[in-house]
Design a protein around this ligand. Sequence first.
Ligand SMILES: [Zn+2]
Ligand SMILES: [Zn+2]
Length: 347
Amino acid sequence: MRPRFHPRLINGPFDDPGLYIPFLFQHRAIIFDLGDIICLSAKNLLKISHAFVTHTHMDHFIGFDRLLRTLLGREKTLALFGPEGFIKNVEGKLAGYAWNLVGNFNYPLNLEITEVNSQSTVYRRYRCRDRFIPANKSVEQPFNGILYEEPGFTVTAAILDHGIPCLGLAIKEHFHVNILKDGLIKLGLEPGPWLADFKQALYSRSDPETKFELRSGPGEKARHFPLGELAAKIARITPGQKIAYITDVAYNQSNAERIVALAEGSDHLFIEAAFMNTHEDIAAEKKHLTAGQAGMLAAMAGAKQFSVFHFSPRYMGEEQRLREEARRAYERHRSEARRQMAYDPSS
Ligand SMILES: [Zn+2]
Ligand SMILES: [Zn+2]
């Protein structure tokens, strides 16, 4: 199976945190955190449709300017999500520049900002053409953990404690569509851009009787199939992929419970490991996790794979020690969880 999401940490573990998630076969990506993003090319920045910011400490938000600079003058809508106070933070950034000439741009850039509070989300739109003056009054909606949803996937968030509210983030594909090569060959079909439309029709749960039109190649005659029949011949549906991202959180019971619930069953959990367990007191004071705590949380969430990042510079040259501590904690807690599952007093 070729996964749909291809997440990668933007920087090394001692540099600003952030996760770039391009989508397979689509000129599209989402990003978790906007710290230093200098190493993302303009081509990669232009793919971003949705940016999710955990909190607005500089190392997670300074890249907003670079992203905005790259998108300015483009026909594009960028949706941004962040924690309590986010709208004020974005407006503060926008207020830091002069916008008197942007009305001349041929292509409009729109920003859609959503701020997540404990019970509700607040949404506002801004148009470059209007010098980023808010285009609407704030729209408030109840917050039920879902930040963003479209037919193929959902992005959820948990509000965590970092001295200020900080979002834990997860993206979950609703299901995965695997294309069967043999099926394509039997029908005499060539892979091509039509496959993205085909998958989209499945994600949208279109009626199986819908006639699906495809052209196998440029200049080829259009062929029509009932969607359900085509799906039965060329596709296999498997569980969707889940990626979770946790950074800048204090270790306490409430955070631990929310992290485990958010990241449960993730295929890949990216989780900060700022300090070693020996510096647990400093971690607590700075409201960050230790590597041991990160590994334990990854195990408790049942993450199939996990990566640690956002190391304190005090461990420069010793990153292997942090990774080792996290790995050992993960394995210890995984085997404990397995032992508990094997022991079922009701049987
Ligand atoms: Zn940070
Ligand atoms: Zn922080």
